[in-house]
Design a protein around this ligand. Structure first.
Ligand code: NAD
Length: 367
């Protein structure tokens, strides 16, 4: 298969971790005879330095001409004095808008080898595998009217959704649930909010098209508790924008480090893939960054843009193996397991584990 991937490595640790993610994609391409082409473009602080803008038109054009965009991170303290619309982060907001994705996917995976990194007990986190599907372009963050009237001392925002906005993200969530454990939990505040009542009614209407998927509704306040008490009970979790923002961040405690979390935004013109973490200027250029979030993001590229599910699983299995062997960057070092690898070494370990598992598969097929 052919896949054109735009690489926006960005600032800080972005280039370090993205390099390792690209290496992983190359292993999969070589082993499977796939043609992945990578075009590097500028975003964020590096783009401001080179072009005076955090998102040059050439970057937008490259992204729109690609099948997938893999982004590292943006943000550089040296631009902190600029107004928000000129700072590196403005480039990120703008590229998200240009690509138009409305379904933000945030997997929450518990790696058994990292169980002591979570404040939750190992028996609670063991085996957790949740996929948050968060609506990204609507709700309270974008609804009009909105205002902070400093004269009257009043401020307000508007939570607003149309049925079609709910339908399009719900279909994505149902289809993803069909490929997983076939359970969908829709989160809302339907006991208080009309918007949530629309979400609940729309999901109930759509569910007849997906009879193999079990649907449950949860109020967001009790969901915040269930997520910490019984996270294994959840498969796909569908939410509106604000609730998804909060719950997916809350679920980060299960994986144990920001450096382990991947994400994808799909449904628009081109899918955008990015690790959840930022540019981490405090550790940039020191070989301390954990590349696993970026590598797991590469697995999402394989799953959602290349339709290579087995290969995506193989990348995740390679990460699991390397962690089980005790390799740790400093963010995931705990107790008796000290930090013992650099960014590049961790990438290489996953690379080798993946290459070995692919070799094993291929020799099995050859027999
Ligand atoms: P951050 O995610 O960059 O870092 C928070 C903490 O986590 C830091 O201590 C950092 O060292 C650590 N960390 C993050 N990723 C890590 C990794 N892969 N391995 C090891 N440790 C890791 O968030 P921040 O410090 O609030 O923001 C720094 C800059 O990043 C700011 O300019 C911010 O605007 C930007 N930012 C960008 C994105 C993005 O590009 N998607 C997201 C969040 C923040």
């Amino acid at each position: 298969m052919k896949l054109k991937i735009a690489i926006l490595a960005g600032d800080g640790i972005g280039p370090e971790v993205t390099r390792e993610a690209v290496n992983i994609l190359n292993v999969v391409a070589e082993a499977g005879g796939h043609e992945f082409t990578f075009t590097e473009s500028l975003i964020g602080g590096v783009a401001i330095t080179a072009n005076g803008t955090p998102l040059p038109q050439s970057t937008i054009d490259t992204c729109l001409d690609s099948d997938a965009v893999l982004l590292g991170a943006v943000g550089d303290n040296k631009f902190n004095s600029l107004t928000p619309d000129k700072r590196p982060e403005a480039g990120l907001l703008q590229i998200r808008q240009e690509l138009g994705g409305f379904a933000n996917l945030r997997p929450c995976l518990a790696f058994e080898a990292l169980s002591e990194n979570s404040p939750l007990r190992p028996e609670v986190t063991k085996g957790v595998d949740i996929l948050f599907v968060r609506e990204l372009l609507g709700g309270l963050y974008f609804g009009q009217p909105r205002e902070w009237n400093k004269q009257t001392g009043e401020a307000f925002n508007t939570m607003r959704y149309s049925k079609s906005e709910v339908e399009r993200v719900a279909h994505i969530a149902f289809q993803l649930a069909q490929k997983r454990r076939k359970k969908l939990t829709q989160v809302d505040k339907a006991n208080v909010l009309e918007c949530s009542q629309l979400w609940r009614a729309t999901v109930d209407e759509i569910k007849t098209q997906y009879p193999d998927v079990t649907v449950e509704h949860q109020l967001v306040d009790s969901m915040a508790i269930h997520l910490m008490n019984t996270p294994r009970n959840f498969d796909v979790v569908l939410t509106e924008n604000l609730f998804g923002d909060i719950l997916s961040d809350e679920s980060g405690v299960i994986s144990g480090s920001l450096g382990m979390l991947p994400s994808a935004t799909i449904g628009g013109k081109v899918n955008l893939y990015e690790p959840v973490h930022g540019s981490a200027p405090d550790i940039a250029g020191q070989g301390k960054a954990n590349p696993l979030g970026a590598i797991l993001t590469a697995a999402m590229v394989l799953r959602h843009s290349a339709n290579l599910e087995q290969e995506a699983k193989a990348v995740e299995a390679a990460v699991t193996k390397v962690l089980a062997e005790g390799h740790r960057t400093s963010d995931i070092a705990r107790g008796n397991t000290a930090a013992n690898v650099t960014t590049q070494q961790m990438g290489k370990l996953v690379h080798n584990a993946l290459a070995e598992s692919i070799d094993r598969q291929q020799s099995l097929h050859a027999v």
